[in-house]
Design a protein around this ligand. Structure first.
Ligand code: PLP
Length: 223
């Protein structure tokens, strides 16, 4: 755990009023507790099983963010408690989230994940697909979900101007959507972009949530 980095990130984010989501995937609950004791309450996970295990054993006032690819058949496991799903990338998934939200008698906050990277491996909707989803007749019937904004991941690349351009284009699309489709939706206000390597770039483009793992917890070991 890099406590110095934790303090530094908080100082950097403060003037921007940006939410830090500590991405604890692959890291043990003991490390989550170390940050919890310092006041951190927002944590991000990308695997359903790992998230539910940690949620069970850790304090109940943690706000859990789901940031990974979500399979429809696994929504039910996180629906009772998840704070925000960043990775909604299809209408089918959104319909299932709504269904499970109804079952749990709650409203589930979601972001639409938008594909901005120049890579084949990343999930997400194109701008056009996102617009189509929002305009679809089914979308209007989903009363137990709330689209709070957009999420995007930039290309994993050292070329800063490429990342800059990707975040700028997502910010532009976000503004357009807000004006055209969500003008009277006050909760449509979140832009989740920026990770360990590129969060300072995301700050220049209006991010409201950064998802930071490795510079806080150290490199992950996927053995
Ligand atoms: C792992 C992950 C992060 C954090 O990545 P770091 O480079 O460790 O900061 C952020 N967002 C998503 C979607 C992730 O899967």
């Amino acid at each position: 755990m890099n406590f110095e980095e934790f303090e530094k990130i908080q100082l950097v984010l403060k003037p921007y009023n940006v939410q830090l989501i500590a991405v604890s995937k692959t890291k043990p609950s003991t490390e989550v507790m170390q940050l919890y004791k310092l006041g951190q309450r927002h944590f991000g996970e990308n695997k359903v099983q790992e998230l539910t295990a940690k949620q069970e054993e850790l304090p109940k006032d943690i706000c859990w963010h789901f940031i990974g690819h979500l399979q429809t058949n696994k929504v039910k496991y996180i629906a009772p408690f998840v704070h925000l799903i960043h990775s909604v990338d299809s209408l089918k998934l959104l319909i299932e989230v709504n269904k499970q939200a109804v079952k749990n008698n709650r409203v589930i906050n979601c972001l639409l994940q938008i594909y901005i990277a120049n890579e084949k491996t990343k999930y997400g909707l194109s701008f056009t697909e996102a617009e189509q989803l929002i305009a679809s007749p089914e979308f209007i019937t989903l009363k137990n979900i709330r689209i709070c904004g957009l999420m995007g991941m930039a290309t994993n690349i050292s070329n800063q101007s490429q990342i800059d351009w990707e975040f700028a284009s997502l910010q532009y699309f976000f503004k357009q959507l807000k004006e055209r489709q969500f003008a009277d939706v006050p909760y449509f206000k979140e832009l989740s972009m920026g990770m360990s390597s590129d969060y300072t770039i995301a700050l220049k483009h209006g991010t409201t949530m950064v998802r930071i793992g490795s510079i806080l917890f150290g490199e992950r070991n996927y053995s």
